[in-house]
Design a protein around this ligand. Sequence first.
Ligand code: CU
Length: 118
Amino acid sequence: MFLTSNEVNAQQIQPTETDTVTIRIVGSMADSRFVPAEIEIRKGDLLKFIVEEGVHTVTAYHPDNRRPIGIPEEAESFDSDILQKGEVWFYQPNVAGEYNYFCRPHERMGHKGKFIVR
Ligand SMILES: [Cu+2]
């Protein structure tokens, strides 16, 4: 098959184009939130969660965490454990789909987030 030079370039560039995507965690009580609370990323991107205020977790909706599943079935469950102000936690999803997660201390106050891997 004949490829134009543009098509060749696209094929060469795409597989290596990954980013580190930062999600800030702010608030300490009912104002706790992930910023942004919802984001689309690409497979291979690295998610970097940084706690700017309060004490939080980044926890998957998954039976491992005693919740109904809210991430792709083939994806690995995750739970950051307690993160203090200034701490950073990374997750690199390698399965496409929708990932719903929450913060253990503030779930009932609505501290939840979602990322979609394309
Ligand atoms: Cu929280």
